[in-house]
Design a protein around this ligand. Structure first.
Ligand code: F6R
Length: 304
């Protein structure tokens, strides 16, 4: 006989009616409890199956720190501070760099701090995310030229320690060589922008997250978006590029993703929702093992 039942039998000798009611209460509480467990299991199962069914996984995102700023300048300052702190702490750090319009303000911030003698890049190594194919590296719109003009020529970095994928020549061999270099040199901090369609690097929607450095065919939306750098003529925009894969990006210890403007609002809403979906490459950040900062202006945060 269980203890609580024994107690009820003892009490039964003193007053029948009251104690029988108590016994009933305990039994009905037990039933309620079992019902709640079964209901929780069924509802939980339905949620998990629905997630699998629609091909999206949901994860917890404790590693992501969202910083919403008033404007582009504040976004750039915040990102610049995070990078500068790392460079001060680890003067031999390896940085992963991005191009495009988003990080220009951040690079200006780093140049300012270098000129104020706050930081030095003397022993810093860099690896860029991507480069257009079939564009001479000295072309004004190559990412090689971009990096030199927007950052490298203004700071004390040793150019021999800067790396950008080679867009000309045998793309398979160039990808392999870049992959080997990345495998030997872990990136401490990777800077990212994001495309309107959620691409990171040139990893377009549908790219598997386990891909390393590879050749890509740019999507029409990306070609249209980038036409602004090629006299608004989509025929002048290269159609292929070499890019770090998402696997390489996720290898970085820390990631700093920046976004400004309303055309990035959907991408930011998607990554912050916690989904992991290969059709929205930026959502790969939800499965990153290290720290991720997502620094966005109010407009990019407008759909949160
Ligand atoms: C560039 C890169 C791209 C850009 C993205 C956003 O190296 O990797 O993924 O970050 O296309 O470009 P912007 O910043 O011009 O809006």
């Amino acid at each position: 006989m269980k203890d609580n039942e024994k107690e009820l039998v003892d009490l039964d000798e003193e007053g029948n009616l009251q104690e029988n009611e108590e016994k009933k209460d305990i039994k009905s509480n037990k039933k309620d409890y079992s019902f709640k467990i079964i209901a929780t299991i069924i509802i939980g199962g339905i949620i998990i199956l629905s997630c699998i069914f629609i091909g999206k996984k949901y994860v917890t995102m404790n590693h992501i720190e969202l910083i919403v700023t008033d404007n582009y300048d504040e976004m750039s300052q915040k990102a610049g501070s995070i990078i500068a702190e790392l460079v001060k702490k680890n003067p031999n750090a390896i940085l992963g760099l991005a191009t495009g319009s988003t990080p220009i303000g951040t690079y200006n911030e780093l140049i300012k701090r270098y000129k104020n003698k706050d930081i030095s890049f003397k022993n810093i190594t860099t690896y860029n995310l991507d480069e257009y194919c079939d564009l001479n590296q000295n072309h004004p719109q190559s990412y090689f030229t971009y990096m030199y003009e927007h950052l490298f020529k203004h700071i004390d970095i040793n150019l021999a320690n800067t790396h950008i994928p080679k867009g000309e020549g045998d793309s398979e061999l160039n990808s392999k060589n870049y992959e080997n270099m990345l495998n030997k040199n872990k990136i401490n901090l990777q800077i990212l922008g994001v495309g309107g369609n959620g691409h990171i690097g040139f990893n377009e929607p549908g790219t598997h997250f386990d891909m390393g450095v590879h050749l890509v065919q740019l999507h029409n939306k990306t070609i249209r978006d980038n036409a602004r750098f090629f006299e608004n003529d989509i025929n002048k925009v290269p159609k292929k590029a070499i890019t770090m894969g998402i696997k390489n990006i996720l290898n970085a210890e820390t990631i700093v993703l920046m976004a400004n403007g309303t055309n990035k609002a959907d991408a930011i809403k998607n990554v912050m929702s916690g989904i992991v979906d290969i059709n929205i490459p930026v959502t790969a950040l939800n499965i990153h093992k290290g720290k991720v900062y997502i620094i966005v202006d109010k407009k990019a945060a407008s759909k949160l």
